[in-house]
Design a protein around this ligand. Structure first.
Ligand code: WTA
Length: 635
C-alpha cells in the first residue's frame, strides 16, 4: 500500500481509514517520504480548535522552493516546469525548464533582498498571468518574505485595502496587461491605490505591454535591469514549518476582506499530496489549470502543488473567448494537455457556443478533467463529460476553499466512481461532519446539513492576518470544536457528498466569492442612496448573478433610473472590481426587516429568483406590507 499515491478504490479506503485512525502517523509518513527537510519535526501535530491553534510539523526546517525547484534540478532540470501560453495565440509559447525557473527565482529573490525585503516582510503582487507572477511568488518564498497576491482584476481601492491590511513594504506589478483584445493599465491602478498607502517603499514593474507609463522616481523600478544585474544564485532562507508562507484575501460575509494566512510545511505537504492524487499526476503529463494565480486555486494547483511534484504546469495569460471560443481546446491540442482543470462558469459559457469550436480540435490527449469554485450543475457536467472528455475522462469535482489550502473532497480519478454534481468522498485525513441547526452532528447517510470538518489537516489556514478573533468567530464558533466551512452539503445513500452552496451571505458569482456587505457599502456611498441589500439569483452562465434592492433618499428630486443604475455599478467597479457589478437593480420603497432590524434576505432571494409561491413566514416582519410592493415591481 502506498500512502502517497492511491491507485484504486480499495487502496483509497485503506489509506483513508488509516489517515483517520492514526492521522499523525499517516501524515508523518507522507511528509518523510516525499519532501526535502533541512531538519525533521519534533512533533507532527498540536491542535486546539477552541483557541484555535493548529501546528503541523513543529520544529521542522525547510524551504518550500527547495522542494519545488532545487530538488528537481538533477533529475529533471531540463524538463519544462512552466509552460507559458500568451494571450495572443500568434505569440510563441515559452517553455521554462526547472533549471531556468530556479535561476529566475534566485535572481528575483536577490532583487527583493537588494530592495530591503527580509524574512517576514509582506510583498503584494499585482500581476497578470505572466511568468513573472509565478517567479515573484517563489522568489518571496525563497527568502521567507510573505507574498500576498491580489488578483489583477481588482480595483485600486481593493488593492490599497489589502496593501494596508498587511502593511506591505513592496508591490510588484507590470506596465499593463493583455486581456483578450483589450489592454489594462495595471500600473495606473497601482499608482492610484498607493495614494492611500504609506508602507510601500518600492514598486517593481515588469514590462509586458510596452506602454509609456509614469515611473515615480525613488519608488518605481523597472524589473528587468535589476534582474540582469542580480546574481543567479540565492541560498534559500531556512524556514520553520509554521513560518508564514503567504496571505491571500478572501471575501467574508461582513466587513473587510479576510487575509487568510497559510504556513509553510503543512501547506506544502498537503498541496503536493492532493495534486498527486486528485490529478493522478505522472511524470510526462502536461497539466493545465485555467485559474488565475490571484486565487487560491492558482497558488495551490498552478504553482506549489505541481512544482513540488516536478510537474509541467501551464500558465495561460488569456481568456476562453479570445480570439474565439475555441481557445481552450486549441491550447489542449497544441500542448497535448493531459489534465484540464477549470471552473463550472467557464464550462457553462463555452457550452453555450457552437460545438464546432470544440470539434475542430483533437482533444485525445486528455485523461482527467476537473472543476472547482462552485457547484457544477448536471447539464454542464454532462456537456463537459460528453464533449470534452469523450466520456472517457473522469471528472474530479473538487470542493475546497481559500481557507483549506487544498482540495478536501474530491473523487480520485480511476478509483472513485464519479456521480454528476457530487464532489464524492473526503481526501485522506479529512473528517467531514454534517451539523443540524442545534449544533448536533447528523450521522448516517441520505442526510443534509451544514458542512464542518472535525479534525485539522496540514494546510488549514492558521489565522486571519491581524485578526485572530475574527478567525475564531468566523470558523470555530458556530459549532463547538469544529471548523465550519460556511457551506451546506448533503450526504447520499452511499456516503458521497454534494455541496449545495453557501449558507451565509457570501455569493459565488462566476466562481468568485463576493460578500454582500462590501458591495452594499459601495452602493450606499452614492449620494442618492439611503439603503441597499444584495442577494444572488440563478444565472445560466455565472451560476449566480447579483440582484440589488436599493432605497433612494427622499429628496423630492427626480433622477433618471438608468443613470442611477450605471452610477451604482460604477461605484462598485471602483471599490471592488467589475466582477461585483449587479445584473439587476430594483428601486424599492423599503426592505423587509425583522423586528430586530435584520434584513430578511430569504424573502429577497425568493423574489429575485422569481420563486414567490411560498415566501414562508412573513408574520415576524416589522413591515410585511413592503413585500407586496417589492414583488409588484420585481425585475
Ligand atoms: C465553493 C475555491 C461546490 C464553496 C477553491 C466554497 C464549491 C467556496 C466547489 C470557496 C465545488 C468551491 N462544489 N462548491 N467543487 N469548490 N466551492 O475560497 O462554496 O474561492 O466554500 O476557494 O467555493 O471559494 P474559494
Amino acid at each position: 500500500m502506498s500512502n502517497y499515491h492511491i491507485k484504486h478504490l480499495e487502496e483509497y479506503f485503506q489509506v483513508y481509514r488509516k489517515s483517520v485512525r492514526y492521522p499523525e502517523v499517516f501524515w508523518e509518513e507522507v511528509a518523510e517520504e516525499h519532501f526535502l527537510w533541512r531538519k525533521k519535526w519534533d512533533k507532527v501535530l498540536e491542535w486546539d480548535f477552541s483557541k484555535p491553534e493548529i501546528k503541523w510539523f513543529q520544529g521542522a526546517k525547510l524551504n518550500i522552493t527547495e522542494n519545488c525547484l532545487d530538488k528537481h534540478l538533477y533529475i529533471r532540470g531540463d524538463k519544462t516546469a512552466i509552460l507559458f501560453e500568451p494571450n495572443d495565440p500568434k505569440e510563441e509559447a515559452q517553455h521554462i525548464t526547472y533549471k531556468q525557473l530556479h535561476e529566475k527565482v534566485c535572481r528575483f529573490a536577490n532583487v527583493l533582498k537588494s530592495k530591503g525585503i527580509q524574512k517576514g516582510d509582506r510583498v503584494v503582487i499585482y500581476l497578470p498571468m505572466i511568468p513573472e507572477l509565478a517567479v515573484s511568488v517563489l522568489a518571496c518564498a525563497r527568502i521567507g518574505a510573505i507574498h500576498s497576491v491580489v488578483f489583477a482584476g481588482f480595483s485600486s481601492t481593493a488593492l490599497s485595502t489589502r496593501i494596508n491590511d498587511c502593511q506591505a513594504k513592496m508591490v510588484i506589478t507590470s506596465d499593463g496587461s493583455y486581456r483578450g483584445g483589450k489592454t489594462i493599465d495595471l500600473k495606473g491602478i497601482v499608482d492610484e491605490g498607493l495614494e492611500e498607502c504609506t508602507t510601500v517603499e518600492n514598486v517593481l514593474v515588469a514590462k509586458r505591454i510596452n506602454s509609456d507609463i509614469e515611473m515615480k522616481s525613488g519608488r518605481d523600478h523597472w524589473l528587468q535591469p535589476l534582474l540582469d544585474e542580480a546574481s543567479s544564485e540565492c541560498d534559500a532562507e531556512i524556514m520553520d514549518a509554521e513560518d508564514p508562507l503567504f496571505i491571500l484575501y478572501t471575501s467574508g460575509s461582513t466587513g473587510r476582506p479576510k487575509g487568510m494566512l497559510h504556513t509553510t510545511g503543512g501547506y506544502m505537504v498537503y498541496t503536493a499530496y492532493t495534486f498527486k492524487n486528485v490529478f493522478q499526476y505522472k511524470e510526462n503529463d502536461i497539466y493545465w489549470c485555467t485559474a488565475d494565480i490571484g486565487w487560491i486555486t492558482g497558488h495551490s494547483y498552478i504553482v506549489y502543488g505541481p512544482l513540488a511534484n516536478g510537474a509541467t504546469t501551464v500558465m495561460f495569460e488569456g481568456v476562453p473567448s479570445y480570439p474565439d471560443y475555441g481557445r481552450f481546446w486549441e491550447i489542449v491540442q497544441k500542448h497535448k494537455i493531459t489534465q484540464f482543470y477549470t471552473a463550472p462558469t467557464a464550462i457553462r459559457a463555452l457550452a453555450k457556443e457552437n460545438l464546432d469550436f470544440v470539434n475542430k480540435y483533437d482533444l485525445s490527449s486528455l485523461r482527467i478533467l476537473g472543476t472547482v469554485g462552485e457547484p457544477i450543475n448536471e447539464e454542464a457536467w454532462h456537456w463537459y463529460n460528453d464533449n470534452i472528455g469523450d466520456k472517457k475522462c473522469p471528472i474530479v469535482d473538487t470542493w475546497w476553499q481559500t481557507e483549506t489550502g487544498g482540495v478536501l473532497i474530491s473523487p480520485i480519478p480511476f478509483s472513485t466512481p464519479t456521480k454528476p454534481t457530487y464532489a464524492t468522498l473526503p481526501m485522506p485525513g479529512i473528517q467531514p461532519a454534517l451539523m443540524d441547526e442545534n449544533g448536533n452532528e447528523i450521522k448516517g447517510n441520505s442526510v443534509e446539513g451544514r458542512l464542518c470538518i472535525k479534525f485539522p489537516w496540514p494546510s488549514i489556514a492558521r489565522t486571519i492576518w491581524g485578526d485572530h478573533e475574527r478567525y475564531k468567530n468566523t470558523y470555530f464558533s458556530a459549532f463547538e470544536n469544529k471548523y465550519f466551512t460556511g457551506d451546506g452539503a448533503l450526504r447520499d445513500e452511499v456516503g458521497y457528498y454534494r455541496i449545495t452552496g453557501r449558507v451565509d451571505d457570501v455569493i459565488i458569482v462566476s466562481g468568485h466569492n463576493l460578500g454582500t456587505a462590501p458591495i452594499e457599502d459601495s452602493i450606499n456611498e452614492h449620494p442618492a442612496v439611503a439603503e441597499s441589500a444584495i442577494v444572488g439569483f440563478p444565472h445560466d452562465i455565472k451560476g449566480n448573478a447579483l440582484y440589488g434592492y436599493v432605497i433612494l433618499k427622499e429628496t423630492g428630486e427626480v433622477r433618471d433610473r438608468d443613470n442611477l443604475r450605471t452610477e451604482i455599478n460604477q461605484l462598485i467597479t471602483d471599490h471592488i472590481g467589475p466582477i461585483a457589478k449587479l445584473n439587476k437593480i430594483q428601486f424599492v420603497p423599503g426592505l423587509p426587516k425583522t423586528r430586530s432590524g435584520k434584513i430578511m434576505r430569504r424573502i429577497l432571494r425568493k423574489i429575485a429568483s422569481k420563486d414567490t409561491s411560498n415566501l414562508g413566514d412573513t408574520s415576524t416582519l416589522l413591515n410585511p406590507e413592503v413585500v407586496e410592493l417589492i414583488m409588484k415591481d420585481a425585475l
